[in-house]
Design a protein around this ligand. Structure first.
Ligand SMILES: Cc1ncc(COP(=O)(O)O)c(C=O)c1O
Ligand SMILES: Nc1ccccc1C(=O)C[C@H](N)C(=O)O
Length: 414
């Protein structure tokens, strides 16, 4: 192997201004290689104490009084913080609630209905064929439920939806365009500003899935003119397994969008318990039931860290990590037949890279047994997620060399 790679990894770590932050994460000092922070982020050590204090002092001490004293506002307070540090969103446009799947359903349907009310000819929802399954299934479900239809954009697995493809798909029949900012499989980074503009020019509303970009890639939701966006909080935002989604809705749409699960927590006066649902003004109208408070506590620590470090510095390290990873792949894994199923251009790539090889399914199982944790996506993709705050360059090198050695071991000798 090329001995320079070790020296390069060490030099990159030594020069990395984010390097000290890695030690703030639980387990970061163990030899385990974690390549899945884009699926479930590592917890911060500070979160252990935060959760313990919450159970003891707030839940245990304040009991039901906690709702009046602070919990009712938490979805909006933490939502605004996500907006500030990760979305480029002014306050009052971001809320936390539901799962990503449910929030996507509520807002895509609200957008579809608002468009149909304005112009009954707008019946199409545009989405790529390789979007994350939940997005595709929801879009199909809403089309079936509301008498609409899906306009599929054919997308290559190693790519993502381009502005040109969106421009070719939208027109007077388009109600809503659903796009992932960073494609879950390839990490292709969509031109969020360009696509939003092209869709708006055609009279369509855009719903962004920010699951794989929030906390890793700078987003300027207000400046780019976003209509609606939804994302996971358990990836780069550190909310923990199953933490609730965030939703962004631009101020200008608050009054016109009617979401389909009109629960009591979305009403103007929650405890008036009136005879009929009267939607609240602002983001509260997009809530349905009781906010999952325990699920939104952990992300406060990660959001504070993202706010301190700054999303631009995070992106800078992310680009260096994926660039270094691809250099290692080129030298050490390509000779084994591994191909890169992610954009070669760093500017068109999010925070992970996907590597293809027919043995990747078996390799993943072997890697997990050896404490190297990537994930596997059919048909033959090994996803290497490189969370900039908790991943080092030497960890990246160690993990990729273990992938190489595992493939060598699994390759049948002639
Ligand atoms: C791009 C994308 N969209 C949607 C989801 C679905 O989120 P959830 O399972 O939390 O509803 C995920 C991850 O699971 C995802 O990666
Ligand atoms: N929520 C999960 C639960 C279990 C296992 C994985 C996930 C993921 O988040 C996968 C991720 N969304 C992906 O891009 O594949």
């Amino acid at each position: 192997m090329n001995p320079d790679l070790h020296a390069t990894a060490e030099a990159l770590d030594a020069a990395d201004p984010l390097r000290p932050h890695r030690d703030l994460f639980v387990g970061a000092r163990t030899p385990l290689v974690y390549f899945d922070g884009n699926s479930l982020g590592r917890p911060l050590a500070a979160t252990v104490g935060r959760l313990e204090r919450f159970v003891r002092d707030e839940w245990g001490g304040r009991l039901i009084r906690g709702w009046d004293e602070s919990w009712m506002d938490l979805p909006f307070a933490i939502g605004d913080e996500i907006g500030r540090v990760a979305l480029g969103a002014a306050p009052g446009q971001t809320v936390i609630g539901d799962s990503t799947t449910v929030m996507l359903y509520k807002l895509i349907r609200a957008a579809f209905d608002a468009q149909a009310a304005r112009d009954p000819g707008r019946v199409e929802i545009v989405i790529g064929t390789d979007d994350f399954p939940t997005d595709r299934y929801i879009v199909e479900g809403i089309a079936a439920e509301r008498g609409g239809r899906v306009h599929w954009i054919e997308v290559d697995r190693a790519e993502g939806v381009t502005t040109e493809q969106i421009a070719g798909a939208v027109g007077e029949k388009t109600a809503v365009v659903v796009v992932s900012h960073v494609a879950y499989r390839s990490a292709h980074l969509a031109d969020a500003r360009g696509i939003t503009e092209v869709a708006r020019a055609a009279g369509a509303l855009t719903v962004w899935d920010l699951c794989h970009s929030a906390g890793a890639v700078p987003i300027h939701a207000d400046r780019w003119g976003f209509d609606i966006a939804v994302g996971c909080t358990y990836k780069y935002l550190g909310g923990g397994p199953g933490s609730p989604a965030f939703a962004y809705v631009a101020h200008r749409h608050h009054e016109t969008l009617v979401q389909p699960i009109p629960g009591w927590m979305g009403t103007a006066d929650v405890f008036s318990m009136g005879p009929h649902h009267a939607p609240a003004a602002g983001m509260r109208r997009f809530l349905s039931g009781t906010p999952p408070i325990l699920g939104m506590l952990a992300m406060e620590d990660t959001l504070a860290l993202i706010g301190d470090v700054g999303i631009d510095a995070i992106r800078e390290k992310s680009v260096e990590l994926t660039t270094f990873a691809l250099e290692v792949v080129d030298e050490e894994l390509a000779p084994l037949g591994v191909h890169v199923a992610s954009p070669a251009d760093a500017a068109a790539r999010g925070g992970h890279v996907t590597l293809g090889h027919p043995l990747m399914r078996q390799a993943t199982a072997a890697l997990w047994r050896h404490d190297v944790i990537p994930d596997y996506r059919d048909p033959e993709g090994l996803r290497i997620g490189l969370a900039p705050l908790s991943t080092s360059f030497t960890e990246t090198l160690t993990g990729l060399l273990t992938v190489r050695d595992t493939l060598v071991r699994l390759t049948p000798t002639a």
